[in-house]
Design a protein around this ligand. Structure first.
Ligand code: SF4
Ligand code: SF4
Length: 123
């Protein structure tokens, strides 16, 4: 069970085994990735950072986000989500945004939203 003193909920990571990746699938959104994270991810994929950028990322202002694939009319999955295994395909090199879920600043004022999305949230 993971806790963060700044949040009014805990995170039971064992629930991820039976969840089908709600945090990687759903409405379209940004999956921010830093330059350092790009290097780690490119190394994991055994491709160059340039190739990573061309194939898997898009630029938003001065930042980069991972592309998504559309899986139904209103549902999108991160390019790196393994739809067969229902898990992250680059887990060891996933960006900090993914590592820090569900302890995002945004959820402090939107607790119900994270509860609805993630079955691992515990009061
Ligand atoms: S939504 Fe929650 S339970 Fe499901 S995979 Fe993501 S963190 Fe785990
Ligand atoms: S990098 Fe992995 S954990 Fe992050 S959104 Fe993509 S599939 Fe999910």
């Amino acid at each position: 069970m993971l806790e963060n003193e700044n949040y009014p909920y805990k995170f039971d990571e064992t629930k991820c085994d039976s969840c089908e990746g709600n945090c990687c699938i759903g409405e379209s959104g940004y999956i921010w990735i830093t330059k350092e994270e790009c290097i780690k991810l490119a190394n994991l994929l055994k491709i160059s950072v340039d190739e990573l950028g061309e194939k898997y990322l898009f630029k938003v202002g001065y930042k980069y986000s991972i592309k998504e694939k559309q899986i139904s009319q209103n549902s999108f999955a991160c390019m790196f989500f393994d739809l067969d295994k229902k898990q992250c395909g680059v887990y060891e090199a996933r960006p900090s945004q993914c590592r820090t879920f569900p302890f995002w600043e945004y959820f402090k004022n939107n607790i119900q939203e994270v509860k609805d999305e993630c079955p691992a949230i515990v009061d």
